[in-house]
Design a protein around this ligand. Structure first.
Ligand code: ACM
Ligand code: ZN
Length: 620
């Protein structure tokens, strides 16, 4: 009898430990500390929620909607003081110097759950952690394991950028993404609102920007880089834009989810849609032979820089920036400043005259002059200007914040902080999620640079070369989805997820608590299921097999090497055309086989479940 009891006790303790382990490792981003203890809170229809008065109007609809979504549960939510002795969830604003901005303490005990923070952001973030502590796919009633979570962000800038110019995405799609990314504690949503292929925000003073600039000819059936420019008289059915009312709705929706919307109006280049709407802002008075003034459709977009010499350009941009700045509460205003082809400036009488008047040596200095004037306009609106790192060139622009994207020859991730600029890392090599995320032959069409999930996850935003003082200027990290190759919502989400979750952990979690193995397991165990539940499309490319082989024609042999970024699973393969399973050959290292056979390989869990897609390649 004693033996039996002991065994039951042992199983009980073991089960609890396993449960604790699972919960401990289930969060994305991983909190600073998680202590799971025995027992749990029984969340049910009688559980009451209390929210402080000041935050009630903003937080109540979110708590209500998210509990309904997650648990199909209508919880009673009350304003102000706690009027229950047990079975409640209390949001508490505290004045504790130990809780940092946006941080929180989540305490789950059998009688109550408390979320403490010093600000709204912290309460929101704590609630998102609580949601992740609740097992996925439960209905009405569930046990939340007892735990104490103490947490705060590593960086204040945890961003994602969506390019809505190359392919317009609806307001509802943007709202959905804000909902998803905020549940992973991302707090900046950067809208790349203008580019050569479309102007996406209503400007009352210049209606042509959206009447003409938001619409382009249809080349959807032709690969992006092979598209020929539109003619003036062909129909322009492709596009769309946000009205100012749409923008206000997006901003409000985001604000209650602790997300700040950062607008970008990209000038002086990337302005083909703007020039299509207002051709007088291009260099020259007479349009030169061969210059096309239609909204770009894809392919190259030459002649896309505004004239940096005409005073009308600056007046126009002052008006536009004033209108946009008034709409967005963010203290930041992004003016782009990237990739300017200055060949027209070299020939333009207006640009040359301005260079002469201001004693500018070359067109690089004219770019600095232009950016400086943007800075003056943005500063007059009491905003901080953000620019892509090209704005560092020439004389730079003191007072700006830099998005450091280029790598290789340019080292803005070092230069910007060394020159004293607050810097946001938007690394081309770690954060451009427009690049494909698996073996390129298996992925949808896109730039053929592979940026796998593990590489996004491995990013360290603070370069080791920086001094502590310079490192303090690194505000954080941001992924960017450039949308040339993502026309549909499904494809956008496929590119965004799960890489944005990896980036969220890079931006939030301290390096000490990061673990690729844990992150990847949390995805597989829990977060993919959450994304499924919420109707979010995502890639499972992390489970793809990367094949490499060399053929020896002399012996008609192929030497085969298989690789995967996932850890903790096994590769099985076949050479007879059948789909692999646990009964097939297990891959244990490179092997030699007859050439020209069809190789099929997959990644499997111990229980035989295939994790990703089957990789299929002929060995020739
Ligand atoms: C950029 O990728 N041109 C910022
Ligand atoms: Zn000019």
């Amino acid at each position: 009898m004693m033996k039996k009891l002991a065994l039951i006790l042992l199983i009980f303790v073991f089960t609890l430990q396993v449960k604790a382990q699972v919960v401990q490792n289930a969060f994305i981003p991983q909190p600073e500390s998680v202590e799971v203890s025995s027992g749990g809170f029984n969340l049910n229809a009688q559980t009451q929620v209390f929210i402080p008065k000041a935050f009630y109007n903003d937080l109540k609809p979110i708590v209500t909607a998210q509990f309904k979504n997650d648990l199909k549960l209508d919880v009673p939510v009350k304003k102000g003081r706690i009027s229950a002795s047990s079975n409640y969830i209390a949001f508490e604003k505290v004045r504790s110097s130990s809780i940092k901005p946006e941080g929180y303490i989540l305490n789950v005990s059998p009688s109550k759950i408390t979320i403490q923070a010093t600000d709204y952001a912290g309460l929101f973030n704590g609630f998102q952690t609580l949601r992740q502590a609740i097992p996925v796919r439960v209905n009405q009633e569930t046990a939340v394991p007892s735990m104490l979570v103490k947490d705060s962000p590593r960086f204040s800038w945890r961003g994602v950028m969506l390019d809505v110019s190359r392919h317009f995405q609806t307001k509802d799609f943007v709202l959905k993404q804000i909902d998803v990314v905020s549940s992973y504690k991302i707090n900046k949503f950067h809208l790349h609102l203008t580019d050569d292929q479309g102007w996406r925000i209503e400007i009352k003073k210049y209606p042509n920007l959206t009447k003409k600039g938001a619409w382009r000819a249809d080349r959807g059936d032709i690969p992006w880089w092979e598209r020929k420019a539109a003619t003036a008289d062909e129909p322009k059915p492709v596009g769309g834009f946000y009205t100012q009312e749409d923008i206000k709705e997006i901003i409000q929706y985001a604000k209650t989810r602790n997300v700040e919307i950062i607008p970008e109006i990209d000038v002086p280049a990337h302005s083909k849609a703007l020039i299509a709407a207002y051709p007088n802002l291009f260099c020259y008075d007479e349009v030169p032979e061969g210059v096309n003034f239609e909204v770009a459709v894809g392919g190259k977009a030459p002649n896309n820089a505004l004239c940096a010499g005409k005073e009308t350009t600056y007046q126009f941009l002052e008006d536009v920036i004033e209108e946009v700045a008034a709409l967005f509460p963010s203290k930041y205003f992004h003016i782009g400043g990237d990739e300017c082809n200055k060949s027209n400036w070299k020939k333009c009488p207006y640009c040359q005259k301005t260079m002469e008047e201001h004693h500018l040596e070359d067109e690089e200095e004219l770019q600095s002059h232009f950016i400086q004037r943007m800075h003056n306009i943005v500063s007059a609106q009491h905003k901080t200007m953000i620019g892509w790192d090209e704005v560092l060139s020439g004389n730079g622009v003191k007072g700006a914040t830099i998005m450091a994207w280029r790598r290789g020859k340019h080292q803005p991730q070092l230069q910007a902080p060394r020159e004293g600029y607050p810097t946001i890392m938007t690394s081309y090599t770690y954060s451009y999620i427009s690049q494909v995320q698996g073996p390129s032959f298996m992925e949808p069409v896109g730039p053929k640079v592979v940026l796998p999930l593990s590489k996004v996850y491995s990013h360290e935003p603070i370069p080791s070369e920086l001094t502590q003082e310079e490192a303090n200027l690194v505000l954080g990290n941001q992924t960017c989805l450039w949308a040339e190759f993502t026309p549909t919502e499904e494809h956008c989400e496929y590119m965004l997820y799960p890489r944005t979750l990896a980036s969220a952990e890079v931006s939030w979690s301290k390096p000490e608590v990061k673990s690729w193995e844990r992150f990847q397991k949390a995805l597989e165990d829990s977060h993919f299921k959450r994304l499924d539940r919420d109707g979010v499309n995502y890639a499972k490319s992390v489970f793809s097999i990367y094949p490499a082989f060399a053929v020896n024609e002399l012996r008609n042999e192929a030497i085969v090497y298989l690789d995967t970024e996932a850890v903790g699973y096994d590769i099985y393969y076949t050479l007879d055309g059948t789909d692999p399973s646990l009964e097939s050959t297990k891959y244990t290292g490179h092997f030699t086989t007859t050439a020209k056979q069809l190789l099929k390989a997959g990644l499997f869990k111990e229980n035989g479940e295939l994790l990703g897609a089957i990789t299929e390649i002929r060995l020739k």
